[in-house]
Design a protein around this ligand. Sequence first.
Ligand code: PHB
Length: 397
Amino acid sequence: MKISRRNFTGLAGALALAGTFGLGGAAAAETIKIGIIGPFSGPFALQGKNFQAGVEAWLAQNGKSVAGNEIEIVYRDLPTANPQQARALAQELIVKDKVQYLGGVYFTPDALAITPLLKQGNVPLVIFNAATSAIMTSSPLVVRTSFTTGQTTTPLGKAAVDRGIKKFVSAVTDYGPGVDAEGAFKKAVEAAGGQVVETIRMPLNTTEFSPIMQRIRDAGAQGVFAFLPSGPPTLGFVKSFNDTGLKQAGVKLFATGDLTQESDLPALGEAAAGMITGFHYATSHDSEANRKFVEAGEKAIGGPGQLTFPAVGAYDGMYVIAKMIAATAGKQDAEKAVEAVKGLAWESPRGPVKIDPETRHITQTIYLREVAKDAKGNWINKEIQSFPEQKDPGLAK
Ligand code: PHB
């Protein structure tokens, strides 16, 4: 809150008001706390570090005050999918830390554990990653700035069939975003005249992928579609696809961009070369807004080679939270805050985006990309085709 001189007629009035707000100075500001939950340690720590880099990049570019209110970020570590812990952390942030906003959340089961707390806590949740369609229907106080696997997969199905491949195996992690991805791929492939001959669902804690590769080989498919949550599982899967000889045998691997996040590309190298993915963001996206974002993000994360998609979800999430703070003049009113961002459109580092007023999920361009080397010899997700204004097909009415 800003106190301007013309509201007062002298020192006595200014002191009285400063006393009311319990502050010593003549100018007072409310501090608004934003609680961010993510994997900041453990096997998925790089994904949490990317949340933080996105938040810090936004703060570096926009400052720590929104509409006259200071903002304070409170980070809470949730290393892996753990709904019970997610709920406890969110509860503590709401009740003890008195956050006005919640953000972050990498895994779907954690998001679903938090949404029942929002109404009573009068706190909106802006999801920076968790990508299952149904999360949006679990509370009217959720807004999402990431993607859904239905959104990233749908254009991929047709693109795969267009490349002359008709017979596919789908291999996904057996939970929300994997099940959504499998359904979206099957639907898109069948609509384009192809066929999914086998669907494989892998437990979330799978680390040994050679039996899966054997099943893919036995199915005799020409193409594979895969989704796993980005981090050690995706690196393991793509490596195994290569190491077990499937790539060499000419089987074509299609996936969501989760499998080729930029931080993994140097380690994958030739193993991922030529892979076609569907996704909302590549760090190599050619725009001025993205160059500025990458510069700020790399500075925040401590150098090149680590910045990847959760950072853009967080950066745009901060944009949305700032709009909510401005629309409520810093007051805690979750419903009004969410209402204010319905239909909000802006240019993200990923391209033009909009919060769909009906679903509160982000409408965006989905890109078809190919793992290739850039002019400097670095592996990138090279954008080869764009599908603009994609809503979440998983939430289509
Ligand atoms: C999710 O749990 O929703 C999730 C996690 C990691 C991803 C995508 C989706 O890369």
